[in-house]
Design a binder for this molecule. Structure first.
Ligand code: SAM
Length: 284
């Protein structure tokens, strides 16, 4: 039996050379606020290959030409390179730990130091699921503290469209699997097949487009949540980002990473572990 070769069959990521990847990164960074060289090559090649297949480009040269001519393709490539999968209360046990140990400690320090402001920053916040989960948690369990401590939640992502979606705060069921029925009833309003957060929660979070490799532009925060974003960066850049995060945390400030992420290199000296299972660390 003869199997016909599919025309324009997708390039394997192994067929995109390092030089070609660099060229694609250079074109992208000329027009969009993303520096591809900080991400892991293998991951980037796999994702570029997805775009080459969708645009039926048979080699990287053809794809570079397309990128030079098409702002739309620049957007689509950026979107494909940055993965926006998230969910409300992703890893519920981490939110439980924040509720039982971390947030009471942070509010307690605010009270003891006479500082009536608490800042929370979610880096790589995708469609807002994570900062909004924190806002719901605070509303449910810390309403007394919210009356006395001004609590500011920021969500930042590199992708402008994702930030626009986060501001809309409307979600499909797949993002809401870990939201209990009482919380759904209290904080979401159904709109066809989608569910929109009530303004009481929407108004608690401010979204900003930003790059986590440039945290020096961010304001100091008592709690930084940076989950499932570092994994896409090279080890060297993970370390740089983590130093940047350490710089915006005060002593005693808390950092939360994703389940498959950890502190790397020298930055380990700047934190102590609060809960190794949930990847929660305190700045020293
Ligand atoms: C997999 S999502 C994680 C969402 C959420 N933190 C969670 O754990 O559910 C990763 C997010 O990081 C964002 N991202 C990737 N590179 C970034 C960068 N350099 N600066 C800011 N955000 C970035 C992506 O756009 C994407 O929305």
């Amino acid at each position: 039996m003869v199997v016909a070769r599919v025309e324009n069959s997708p390039p394997l990521h192994a067929e995109i050379s390092d030089d070609e990847l660099t060229e694609i990164g250079t074109i992208l960074s000329m027009w969009r606020p993303i520096n591809m060289s900080v991400y892991k090559d293998k991951c980037m090649k796999r994702r570029v290959a997805i775009r080459m297949r969708s645009t039926r480009c048979s080699d990287a040269g053809e794809y570079c030409n397309l990128l030079r001519q098409s702002p739309q393709e620049l957007d689509l490539l950026q979107k494909t390179l940055t993965i926006h999968v998230s969910q409300f209360f992703r890893n519920p046990s981490m939110f439980e730990k924040l509720r039982s140990d971390v947030l009471p400690g942070l509010f307690g320090s605010c009270k003891n130091s006479g500082n009536n402001r608490l800042r929370i920053w979610c880096l790589g916040c995708a469609g807002g699921e994570e900062p909004f989960s924190l806002a719901i948690l605070l509303r449910e369990h810390f309403s007394k503290e919210l009356r006395t401590v001004q609590t500011i939640i920021h969500g930042t992502d590199i992708d402008a469209e994702t930030i626009t979606a986060a501001r809309r705060a409307e979600y499909g069921e797949e993002r809401l699997k870990d939201v209990s029925a009482p919380l759904m009833a209290s904080y979401f309003r159904q709109n066809g097949s989608r569910f929109r957060l009530v303004s009481e929660i929407r108004d608690m979070v401010t979204f900003l487009q930003g790059d986590i490799t440039k945290t020096s532009a961010f304001e100091p925060s008592n709690l930084v949540v940076c989950r499932n974003t570092l994994i896409y960066f090279t080890r060297t850049d993970q370390e740089k980002i983590l130093h940047g995060v350490a710089d915006i945390l005060p002593i005693g400030g808390i950092l939360v990473l994703g389940k498959s992420e950890t502190l790397v290199g020298d930055v380990r000296r700047r934190f102590e572990s609060v809960c190794p299972v949930e990847r929660i660390y305190r700045k020293l």
